[in-house]
Design a protein. Structure first.
Lengths: 129, 367
């Protein structure tokens, strides 16, 4: 059973969101990296991009498959994890830590209400295992 | 629940992640397919290939039957135990399946075909057998198979065999098999590395698996098997060729024996294709940009479009590679459409990797 930290919010498409003040950090869940297997390539958004909730903002690719990643909320990309370019396996090793993907500003805090909490996300992935 | 090989419990014990493969519950990996890939390139790994279909062909007309059935010529097999790779074609020259045939002894051959194509292959074998008498084709559902592959596969596995078998195995030539009372061992594989494929009765195979495991041979899943064979430039049936593509446009011309006048199924179609000029070539692609090449992506060339038949990430080269069918005569750099972006890829000679070494240095590549 994969790890689902209780303090994080999630999308059903397996992104996690950590909120600190008016900044959100986004990555992909432990469950997603398990499904994908060894990651070999990550395409991130660019700093300064303005994105809307639900936009496709990047791609993570494992040996066997490619998967789009979506912006959980609207805002501006303010930092990306450049370490992933040469070390995409960080997502496999530490999806909730070193494997974070990008940080963005929170334009509308109400959008956070649309995200899944840890319990709801856990329920959503039960059938995948 | 899918079909299970006799090694199903061994896979669970080894922590396998199982997936459905052509109706079989098979390991895709045991944690990391890249680690497994590297084990085969640098040391020794093993694969459960018990889902493969084994058919014994015997009788005084066995040779004539196989010469009719296969695009390659079993008359090339003169030494007992010797193996031959071949395609089995339809009348249109399309590939029904690819296979390995072993010449075990006079009037006795063993054919190993794919699992995903089992039903249609067995039906085709039976249909083509109707014109022959004194011919017996026996589907061996009582056997299982493990492939042990890697530079240290032989040295690690030979000591596990009986003493009289060890001597034979240590001297086995490449693409050569040896039949014993309790098993059949061939120096063949699907990884581009040295090693054995070991076939034995299903009820004995789990014991062999456990002994190979104890000898330090790493269990490897279908994920690693795919990247290893892709690096080795070996075709995968259903991806790189199928019933609509001939061996001539699938990089398999070398497996078609047409120098004499032997009549085989599909020959007339291949001769017509040759006379008309073969329109496509089958090439290796090395991605120069970042990203990963995937099956079915469009390849754009000066002579028209082509398609990637197998694409993935090469753990050995740490770049993306692919095999592709493109218009004949194209060389140099082509473009591949990946998610609405055009990425540059270089046409390279196959294989990409052989026996642990990159073959791209021959291309002047800095890899």
């Amino acid at each position: 059973m994969s790890e689902v930290p209780s303090e994080l919010k999630f999308l059903s498409s397996h992104e996690w969101v950590m909120v600190e003040g008016d900044i959100a950090t986004i990555g992909v869940s432990d469950h997603a990296q398990e499904l994908l297997g060894d990651l070999v390539y990550v395409e991130l958004p660019e700093v300064g991009d303005t994105v809307a909730a639900g936009d496709s903002v990047g791609v993570i690719e494992s040996v066997k498959a490619a998967s789009d990643t979506y912006a959980p909320i609207s805002g501006e990309i303010i930092e990306v994890n450049a370490e992933l370019e040469d070390g995409p396996e960080r997502i496999n090793v530490d999806p909730y830590g070193d494997g974070w993907m990008y940080k963005m500003s929170i334009e509308d805090a109400e959008e956070l209400e649309n995200l899944l909490d840890a319990a709801a996300y856990s329920d959503s992935i039960i059938d995948d295992d | 629940m899918g079909n299970r090989t006799p090694l199903y419990q061994c896979h669970l014990d080894a922590g396998a992640k199982l997936v459905d493969f052509a109706g079989w519950d098979m390991p895709i990996n045991y944690g990391s397919q890249i680690t497994e890939h590297e084990a085969v390139r640098a040391d020794a790994g093993m694969f459960d290939v018990s889902h493969m279909t084994v058919v014994d062909v015997s009788g005084s007309q066995a040779k004539a039957y196989l010469q009719h059935l296969l695009a390659n010529d079993v008359a090339r097999l003169k030494v007992e135990g010797k193996a031959l790779y071949s395609c089995m074609l339809n009348e249109q020259g399309g590939v029904i399946d690819d296979l390995i045939v072993y010449y075990l002894r006079e009037n006795f051959y063993r054919v190993v075909i794919n699992s995903a194509t089992r039903e249609k292959d067995l039906a085709w074998l039976a249909l083509q057998a109707e014109a022959f008498s004194d011919l017996n084709t026996r589907f061996r559902d009582d056997v299982a198979m493990i492939a042990v592959q890697g530079p240290r596969a032989m040295e690690k596995s030979i000591p596990l065999f009986a003493e009289h078998q060890q001597q034979v195995l240590a001297q086995l030539a490449r693409f050569q098999g040896a039949e014993f009372d309790d098993c059949f061992v061939a120096r063949t594989g699907y990884t581009g590395e040295d090693g054995f494929e070991i076939l034995m009765l299903s009820d004995q195979i789990a014991d062999l698996w456990d002994r190979l495991l104890a000898a330090g041979i790493v269990p490897c899943g279908l994920g690693a098997r795919d990247t290893l064979r892709l690096e080795a430039g070996m075709n995968l049936y259903g991806s790189d060729m199928d019933e609509t593509t001939s061996p001539l446009v699938s990089g398999l011309s070398w497996t078609v024996a047409m120098s004499d006048d032997r009549a085989f199924v599909g020959r007339a179609a291949l001769e017509a294709e040759k006379a008309d000029g073969v329109k496509q070539s089958f090439v290796g692609l090395l991605l120069m940009d970042k990203g990963v090449l995937r099956n079915h992506l469009r390849v754009v060339t000066a002579e028209g479009d082509g398609e990637i038949t197998s694409g993935s990430y090469s753990p050995s080269l740490q770049k993306s590679i692919a095999m592709a069918r493109i218009p004949a005569g194209v060389s140099g750099v082509v473009e591949v459409e990946v998610r609405n972006k055009m990425l540059q890829a270089k046409i390279v000679k196959l294989p990409f990797v052989r026996e642990g070494k990159s073959m791209l240095s021959n291309e002047g590549e800095n890899v």
